[in-house]
Design a protein around this ligand. Structure first.
Ligand SMILES: [Zn+2]
Ligand SMILES: [Zn+2]
Ligand SMILES: [Zn+2]
Length: 173
């Protein structure tokens, strides 16, 4: 058993260990102080800190979804044990390739397999563009720690743009 570590504190909400001087919990978004104000409504007390973008928001700009606080923009993200889905594909090879790229960029992607096998469809999407209807078709998800979501999406978008750029330039020849 570790010594009683005075620099850690157990979050009452999600039971993760958090730094004692932390103003909020990075795992669930719960706030421990009373000075955080909403990013958009500077006069309004924040209700939580979005675990994905790390910004404090009031109850109008965000809310609790499955025991993590999310801003309205990030409310739809699929979260599995402290990681958020940034990409989903029916094609495992493609997801695997993208995860490798993210790893090369210094991120910590984790491939999550959904064992419900879809039909023979092949498509993929960045998490922010996935709607509920599409969810059942995805077999493989790329999960990253909360703090890497924004960086991961930027990299994935860049790859997508350069891939479609390649097709365009071929057409021009
Ligand atoms: Zn917490
Ligand atoms: Zn957010
Ligand atoms: Zn607000």
């Amino acid at each position: 058993m570790p010594e009683n570590d005075q620099s850690q504190y157990e979050c009452e909400n999600c039971h993760h260990d958090v730094d004692v001087d932390a103003a909020f919990c990075p795992y669930c978004g719960g706030i421990y102080t009373d000075y955080l104000r909403c990013e958009k409504h500077g006069m309004t007390d924040a209700d939580g800190v979005c675990v994905i973008c790390g910004k404090a928001y009031c109850s109008r700009c965000g809310g609790w979804v499955n025991s993590t606080f999310r801003c309205n923009e990030h409310a739809q993200y699929e979260i599995i044990s402290d990681m958020a889905c940034v990409f989903a594909a029916s094609d495992e090879m493609h997801a695997d390739y993208l995860a490798q790229v993210l790893e090369t960029e210094g991120l910590h992607p984790f491939l999550f397999q959904n064992k419900m096998r879809p039909n023979n469809l092949s498509f993929s999407a960045i998490a922010s563009t996935i709607n509920e209807e599409m969810h059942r078709y995805f077999e493989t998800r790329i999960m990253v720690p909360f703090g890497e979501v924004i960086a991961a999406e930027q990299i994935l978008k860049d790859i997508e743009t350069s891939e479609s750029g390649d097709i365009l330039s071929e057409d021009n020849y």
